[in-house]
Design a protein around this ligand. Structure first.
Ligand code: NAD
Ligand code: DAU
Length: 359
């Protein structure tokens, strides 16, 4: 790994990965291709370690000519593909960009990699970053998803990611392109765009706004700290077998309502509210929790079986939800200037109105 093309490296996980890789691989040069949609920002790439080994290019992964030029000019040997439309709720209100970026964009990258690398099989790698949502929804007592679990996506987002996974695997079988895929559960940590559950709840709470829990709030997610995900991707790049898929998860299965209550308890400790009446105990953030209409087609539970990546590559998550969530809440509390800039993103306030105001 010498010259790495990271797509979507100005988004949440991509920017964390850029930071991680610059530290972990002292020789590597990174070309970061990102369209800077509402979800991507150069604010996520401030204060990089070793910025001289990082080149940012604003552009679209569907732009085949641009991707071709970047791969040749920078002698790219490794593609790590994060760029995507990533928010399930947005895919419900408007699926078209998901089909374009997640399917056509992934196809474009695969085609360019096939053309530029030709029959080269050694020393090159196309890594695709995917999601547990491709496997569908589990009932409370079902065993966790394995790599062999049949695909059963249920939202336009999940279906577009499933399609992209199929394309990536097809390029391995048909053309011998050396690919790997990671399917990961819900990430959390620094630089997550505040449309997603954890930052949305922290920031709404700080503004005294309702904390909108969809439906009964008993849906379960398997939370993984973003740095653990980055470490897993790095290991797969170095030691994963071409053509293989690896499941990544945090081993932290929590219902949404439990998670929101934990966030509230952390905020009660770190940023206590004033008492609602003089001389009484401080008010509690949990009083802001409001149940709202459920997400259509809401997946009930995700859980990942990580025995393959643990056995083959020795990876397991370093953070549990207690340490990871505390670090995350502390990060948001100490980065309110970042929050203020990010919240000005194109259409964000319009999105909040569209998704929440008549729910
Ligand atoms: P994100 O929405 O925070 O970032 C996506 C990035 O892609 C943004 O910087 C955006 O500008 C860029 N982008 C979007 N369309 C583009 C295009 N056409 N061309 C170039 N750049 C474009 O997403 P994230 O949460 O960081 O997720 C990154 C990847 O990881 C996605 O592929 C997602 O499916 C996958 N994933 C996410 C999670 C999670 O919990 N967030 C879990 C598993 C897998
Ligand atoms: O599982 C991996 C996936 O995790 C990734 O592939 C997606 O890119 C990522 O966005 C995430 O999808 P989710 O839909 O699980 O994440 P989100 O943060 O949107 O929601 C988490 C849970 O919280 C989910 O059950 C819906 C619920 N929720 C979400 C929001 C935004 C609420 O109850 N209220 C909300 O306001």
């Amino acid at each position: 790994m010498k010259n790495v093309l990271v797509t979507g490296g100005a988004g949440f996980i991509g920017s964390n990965f850029v930071r991680y890789l610059l530290k972990a691989e002292p020789q590597v040069k990174i070309v970061n291709l990102d369209a800077l949609t509402y979800a991507g920002s150069l604010e996520n790439l401030q204060d990089l370690p070793n910025p001289s080994r990082h080149i940012f290019v604003r552009g679209d992964i569907c732009d085949s000519k641009l991707v071709d030029r970047l791969m040749r000019e920078h002698a790219i040997d490794t593609v790590v593909h994060f760029a995507a439309e990533s928010h399930v709720d947005r895919s419900i209100l408007g699926p078209a960009p998901f089909i374009r970026t997640n399917l056509v964009g992934t196809f474009t990258l695969l085609e360019v990699a096939r053309r530029v690398w030709g029959t080269q099989r050694i020393g090159v790698r196309f890594h695709h970053v995917s999601t547990d949502e491709v496997f569908g929804s589990l009932m409370p007592t079902d065993p966790p998803f394995r790599e062999s679990t049949p695909y059963a996506p249920r939202s336009p987002y999940a279906a577009s990611k499933a399609g992209s996974d199929h394309l990536v695997r097809a390029y391995f079988h048909t053309y011998g392109l050396p690919v790997t895929i990671t399917n990961c559960s819900n990430n959390y940590g620094p630089y997550q765009f505040p449309e997603k559950l954890i930052p949305l709840m922290i920031l709404n709470a700080l503004q005294g706004k309702p904390l909108p829990v969809y439906g009964d709030g008993r849906q379960i997610r398997d939370w993984v700290y973003v740095e653990d995900h980055c470490e897993a991707i790095h290991l797969v790049l170095r030691e994963g077998r071409p053509g293989e898929t690896y499941n990544v998860g945090g081993g932290n299965q929590l219902s949404n309502i439990e998670l929101v209550q934990k966030i509230c308890a952390l905020l009660d400790e770190l940023r206590p509210l004033a008492p609602s009446h003089p001389g009484t105990a401080p008010a509690k953030y949990a009083s802001l929790i409001t149940h709202v209409a459920d997400r259509p087609g809401h997946d009930r539970r995700y859980a990942m079986d990580i025995s393959k990546i643990r056995a083959e590559l020795g990876w397991s998550p370093r953070h549990d939800i207690e340490s990871g969530l505390r670090a995350t809440v502390e990060w948001y509390l100490s980065h309110l200037d970042w929050v203020a800039k990010i919240s000005q993103a194109k259409d964000f306030q319009a999105w909040l109105n569209a998704n929440y105001s008549n729910r």
